[in-house]
Design a binder for this molecule. Sequence first.
Ligand code: SF4
Length: 346
Amino acid sequence: MSCDISADVFACYFPFLNRSASYLAKRGYVLESVLDDRDMVEKAIERVRRAVARESFNAKSCLDRPEEGAVVARLALYLAAATGSSHILRRFADYESKNFASLLDKIPGVQSPGCKIEIGKDLGIYAKPSQEVMSGIAVVQFPIAVRWSTYLKYAPQDPHWAMINRVVVRGWVLLPMADYHRLLEEAYEERILKTVDENELAVGKVAMKVDMSKLEDLVKKYSYKPLPQAPVAGGPDPPCMKAILDALKAGENLPHTARFAITTYLLKRGWDVEQIVDLFRNAPDFNEKITRYQVQHIAGKVGGRKEYAVPSCETMNSWGLCPTNLGCNVRNPLQYGKRVAVKKSS
Ligand code: SF4
């Protein structure tokens, strides 16, 4: 492998890669014996707590006891799933994937493009150095080329990531390193959630064997909070906004565009800033301070003091946020409720 780092330390930094799982299996770690180790279980509980509370990860711990760190991380994932709260699990996955992306920048042994391409391969991202696709000075700015099909699979739903805004050469999307890290982060988060789906039995064993009451307070604090009630005047919500609200209820990680759209919409429907901040509490990456500033910014109360308009249906569709493919006969989601109300009364 092109990564200049030992297998045990690598597994500790990136515990949810296939390579790390294989390494631990080869070293003889099995769930049953790990569950018998009280110390490991306590550390895994602590790891869930720290992840869900977004406390910083101590990367140095991976140099002291790397194998233990890797095992504890994988056990922590099963514990997060065993709480039965999809919000806790998603919050855990979000934290771990962000941590993963920040380590890509910090750990000297993984800095080479070759190592990062191998990490991508582990996650199902087909990439190669840009100089194999094109020549010239642009390869410095865009060192990684990603096959378009895997690019589309993991690119966030945001205009910045639309293929039209990218340099594409013979089916390869050329990326700056920071954007490649973001793709890896998305793929890593998906890997974490998939690991749970593929190991239901293991999650069940953890739920049976570990005293889950130790995580009860965490579940209470971070699980689903009923969404504040929207004022009913103005008619029903359009399918696009309803889909965003449903995704928030399910604790899904929404793209920036969806967060922006729902915020502008709810402000126009009469919600105040605090109600909207509360709405986002279910998001896996919720940060109260940042969310409040962003909502205030969109409401025109801070920053440039410009209140943003609700995106048009055309824009919503171009962002991939219109489930009816412009089928509501309105130009803006705000018009939907009034139109339905008029139809009903006629
Ligand atoms: S047509 Fe407009 S209102 Fe209807 S779902 Fe699409 S974006 Fe929303």
